[in-house]
Design a protein. Structure first.
Length: 155
């Protein structure tokens, strides 16, 4: 070898993509099997900025809705990406009371268990918001493991 590190391909750490959700609208779907304790959005280096809720309330409704749809509410502030034009895949995670990913101490999402190809990645929104959810979580019906497998294979 010539001493240079091998360049990484853009897909090396890609585990998921935005797709049609069975939970709500669009979501994040695994494009390959993801092992437990994997940081799923490696390479994402998005900074979060904190904006006062008071200033968000004064915005026109379509702009205010961006903060409500994607922001992390904490006290009198809302955490959002530096610009909404750079929303990465992780901002599209849907809520679940039984999530398969969680944010670590640095705010990076890590898998809680093995995730199968085609399965939707979900997070518990209550772990990064300090107030009740602005929606009523849909109660998921528990399915038998064989039925869940069949749904994943059909995806």
């Amino acid at each position: 070898m010539n001493g240079r590190a091998k360049a990484r391909a853009p897909h090396d750490c890609a585990y998921a993509r935005i797709g049609r959700s069975r939970i709500h609208g669009v979501g994040v779907l695994a494009i390959r099997e993801i092992p437990p304790r994997t940081r799923v959005f490696r390479g994402e280096d998005e900074r979060v900025v904190w904006v006062s809720r008071a200033s968000v309330r004064r915005l026109p409704r379509p702009l205010r809705q961006l903060y409500l749809d994607f922001g992390m509410v904490w006290g009198d502030r809302i955490g959002v990406p530096l610009t909404f034009n750079r929303l990465s895949v992780g901002w599209y995670l849907n809520h679940s009371d039984h999530p398969n990913v969680q944010a670590d101490d640095d705010g990076r999402f890590v898998t809680l268990r093995r995730i199968r190809k085609g399965e939707e990645l979900t997070a518990d929104y209550t772990t990064f918001a300090d107030e009740p959810l602005p929606f009523r979580p849909r109660r998921s019906r528990r399915r038998s493991p064989s039925r869940r497998r069949a749904e994943v294979i059909r995806s």
